[in-house]
Ligand binder design. Sequence first.
Ligand SMILES: [Fe+2]
Length: 317
Amino acid sequence: MKVNEIFNLAIKKGIEADFRGEEGIEKLLKRRREKFERLSESEKEEFDKEIFENPYLDSRILHIAQDKEIKKVLVGIDIEPAEILLAKEIGGIDLIIAHHPLGKGLAHLPDVMDLQCDVLNYYGVPINIAEGLMKERISEVARGLNAINHQRTVDTAKLLGISLMNSHTPCDNLAAKFLKDLIKKEKDNLIRLENLLNLLKEIPEYKEAMKIGAGPKIFVGEPERKCGKIAITEITGGTEGSPKLYEKMATAGIGTIIGMHISEEHKKEAEAANINVVIAGHISSDSLGMNLFLDELEKRDIEIIPCSGLIRISRIS
Ligand SMILES: [Fe+2]
């Protein structure tokens, strides 16, 4: 497989696991094409044409040093210049795969946050409320990312001649789908928060994270409190949504949410809305999503070297 094929496979897997379904994604790409057609010639020139094919703009091919068959990849959650130097030191690395966005993927992180509106709507929050509250939050995230040195790691990869790509939302979609399916299968046994916590603790990535004190934890609620309706609203969709959404989630009938991480402001709002919050763990949840994709590469005989926090668990028997 070449870099392009690996990247396209990540996008394909992300679409298959997407809450909006393959049809929903097709509609999204069609709408982007229609909007493009309405632009003036000069506006069309500024346009990033990749948006017609790739629904996840936080995930990109950032550099192709040599367009060759990929046999060995270095994979990490956060890739920084240090990891690029590490690849050079290890030697024989054909491609580095990052999870968190880099370069123009990072600049476009806010673009994937719309996904959260549809996820919230799936769990019963009216779409107008989800869109209204997320709009404010998306622009806040965009402003925050504006000042970042987006290309630092990409420049290092170019200077050292190493191919680099990242897969963020496609892999977060895989983690969200995995958890959603598991919750659905076990729903009769998930009465109280302690049941949910114990279920998460059985997942190998979380089990491994527990060894360093970063396992699943209840951030809001008590172990003996009842879960009510469990929603996977904070695993995929770029980054944290609006703190004002918890009250709306409670009204929509959600009792417990499973997230990767949560800020203090969000935690306080969840508490005020009586929403239980179970935090599965950040890097471990990122690892889970990456692993489900990396298994596809392993099946194709690509050697995977984990770094930068990735807890590599293979599910290929
Ligand atoms: Fe993450």
